[in-house]
Design a protein around this ligand. Sequence first.
Ligand code: ZN
Length: 314
Amino acid sequence: MGGTKILAAVLNSKEGITARVKKPTDPKSSESDYIEILSSIVKDVINEAGIKKKNIEAICLGVPGSVNPHSGVIGLAPNLGLKDFNIKEKLQEKVSIPVLVENDVNIGALGIKNFGVGKKAVNMLAVFIGTGIGGGLILEGKIYRGSKFFAGEIGHILVNKNGPVCSCGNRGCFEAIASRTAIVNKIIDDIKSGKKSELTDMVKAGERIKSKSLANAVDKDDKIVIKRISDACDVIGGVLASLSNFMNFDKIVLGGGLIEALDSFMLPKIEIAFYDHVLNSSAEGLKIVPSKLGDDAAIWGGIALAEEFLGVKV
Ligand SMILES: [Zn+2]
């Protein structure tokens, strides 16, 4: 589930993804609107896969917000406009299939750990960089959710107390400095102050600057865009080094829209900053790798969730 779309897929661990359906959503949707949309997308994707409903073991929802996966209650999902809502109960009533709910970043980390580049990892950090920055923790092979299901919120680590205001209201959070949104804000300021960029026309027209546009500008050797992304890489490498010193991971996986569009440009720069800051012993044997699974990471994570909570092999 996202603020603007819901992506659904049917999959099992043998054949992989066998059907997909995508539907736009209105961010003003109510609780009952979401149940309606979800039940109709479930119906559509099952039809698309050409299988019977009774063969579905579980519906796994990835939600952008805090989620208690045991009760199925969404604590707060600001992008969906949902608060203290037991989405599991309501959807289960409607569709008569077991429903599991997990934070979207955690479910993505589970997908990477069980079916992606994280397969051999024991202690892994997955970081998704796009509109914001999210983190998922795998410790001793298992997802770590924290005392109140809030673990992994690395986007709000303090980087510079005099930095820009973050979506959380604080100043200088990691995502207020190094997310795609933060990078684009800097580039817009540069352009408004008269600096030349490949993105000048887009900015003047008020168009949304996506990761792909940033990647195109980098390909065209755009000095402003290169400078702002490089600055962000420096911060990302530094934060990852601090987290590595703290947790001693054996793998750090990078994903999200910005990394997918720019991994070959960004990863070497992130690594330079990382090795500049990290304590040698904590980096021994550690690998920093791109996820490569895209949105599918969260879909694959559903299998891991069904295995964890229902004890089924899908
Ligand atoms: Zn913040």
